[in-house]
Design a protein around this ligand. Structure first.
Ligand code: FES
Length: 92
């Protein structure tokens, strides 16, 4: 395990992407969308990402947590929150 803190008070100083290994065979990540996007961009390996999205209903009715995937829109609360790296269609 590697710890990263923005102020350097513990572990590597910087963002989580500063503490990532140069390469790996597979990875798991959870956290806010900007961090997951940065991890996705930095690591070429396949992996799984768990999205921490603000929920409206939390059971699949409001579509407020929808994200785009290769197989169409998916609800993070009902279809996720974990998605394979290759499923995710980033909006940038
Ligand atoms: S929070 Fe309502 S559909 Fe996910």
């Amino acid at each position: 395990m590697t710890v990263a803190t923005a102020d350097g008070s513990d572990g590597v100083k910087g963002f989580v992407t500063d503490a990532l290994p140069g390469e790996c065979s597979y990875y798991y990540a959870c956290g806010p969308l900007p961090m997951l996007r940065a991890v996705h961009r930095k690591l070429a390996a396949d992996g799984e990402l768990s999205f921490a999205e603000r929920m409206g209903c939390g059971f699949g009715a409001c579509m407020g947590c929808t994200m785009m995937t290769a197989s169409g829109p998916k609800r993070i609360c009902k279809d996720g929150p974990v998605f394979r790296k290759g499923e995710i269609v980033w909006d940038d």
